[in-house]
Design a binder for this molecule. Structure first.
Ligand code: ASP
Length: 335
């Protein structure tokens, strides 16, 4: 019986870095150098490696997301799945972006990386890569992140630790798979698509994220509009609340100028509900949309993507509340 084929698509990150002496960790590897480090994997999976680019993920943005999605779409038909090797810092952002762009995805695209370079003795890269490759052979037709011991839905995931080997969490959605001695499928994957795959590129770059500070006025909203923002993500308090003094008016001014405003929360768990308190309600009446149970990364990239698809005003509002790739579904959410 022929073995499943998996593509390693290399984009950079700590996994392939080395320390310059003296100096910080910097990109060094190319993908072909990685295969000897996962020796033994070939017993179960046939692996091919391609280099897309070699960057610290802090330098990755919408142009790179689009090249990533186009690379995945080009190679995917020849493979059971793709593993995207990526820095951990912005992995959740890139995974969210690909989850929106890859319409009709019918097989796994698994992001993974490492906290320690693969050339180090105590690396976590080997474990992550091997398990990500196995996940890429499963019937999980969505963009995911494998890290530590778990496979997560990519657009439900956020980086929570700078040093731990358990760097990611999916705060409001169960992991898809847990890898122990046994492999446990712990949440249902997205259903298989009914349409064939296409890549929907296009992101608005002028989207800003701002955080409400107790007692601070809303001048940053007006400043963002003045400097050309087309979308604003506000990290409010609790269920998505902003101070009632000045903030709803500023949100209204932004909305009237065609700027889309969404309200997120400073909390990690739970779902934003703008009807719960007066501060959220006033923001909603002024034109803000709530982000529900989305992560900050998924909520922000969704706004960038919908604006980039040419949507605005009420069309964008309607689309923002639609689930695109499982980013806001309640299934598996905490009570
Ligand atoms: N700065 C690195 C990156 O995101 C961190 C990592 O890969 O863990 O590329």
């Amino acid at each position: 019986m022929s073995k499943p084929r998996v593509l390693f698509l290399y984009t950079g990150g700590t996994l392939g870095m080395l320390r310059r002496d003296p100096g910080p960790l910097a990109p060094s590897f190319v993908a072909e150098d990685i295969l000897p480090f996962v020796r033994g994997l070939e017993v179960e999976v046939e692996v091919q490696a391609e280099v897309l680019y070699n960057l610290d993920s802090s330098d990755i943005g919408p142009d790179h997301w689009e090249r990533m999605a186009e690379g995945v779409a080009r190679w995917l038909p020849e493979f059971s799945g793709v593993v995207v090797l990526h820095g951990t810092d912005t992995m959740a952002w890139s995974a969210s972006a690909l989850s929106y762009m890859l319409r009709g995805l019918d097989r796994p695209v698994v992001f993974t990386g490492a906290q320690r370079p693969i050339a180090y003795v105590r690396t976590d890269a080997r474990n992550n890569l091997i398990h990500a490759a196995l996940c890429a052979t499963m019937s999980i037709p969505e963009v995911s992140i494998y890290f530590g011991r778990r496979l997560y839905r990519g657009n439900r995931t956020t980086k929570v630790s700078i040093q731990s080997y358990e760097a990611f969490e999916s705060p409001v959605y169960r992991p898809l798979v847990e890898m122990g001695v046994a492999i446990r499928h712990t949440a249902p994957p997205l259903p298989a698509p009914t349409v064939s795959m296409r890549v929907a590129t296009g992101f608005e770059r002028n989207v800003v994220v701002m955080q409400v500070v107790p007692g601070a006025g809303p001048a940053i909203i007006d400043a963002a509009v003045l400097t050309g923002a087309r979308g604003i993500v506000i990290r409010g308090f609790g269920a998505g609340n902003v101070p009632q003094k000045g903030w709803p008016e500023a949100i209204r001014r932004a909305s009237e100028q065609g700027v889309s405003v969404v309200l997120h929360s400073q909390c990690l768990r739970g779902a934003v509900d703008l009807t719960a308190y007066e501060g959220g309600r006033a923001a909603m009446d002024a034109g803000a949309m709530g982000t529900g149970a989305m992560t900050l990364e998924a909520a922000t990239v969704k706004l960038m993507w919908l604006l980039g698809q040419g949507l605005g005003g009420d069309w964008l509002k309607a689309a923002y509340h639609e689930d695109v790739a499982g980013e806001g579904s309640a299934d598996g959410a905490e009570d």
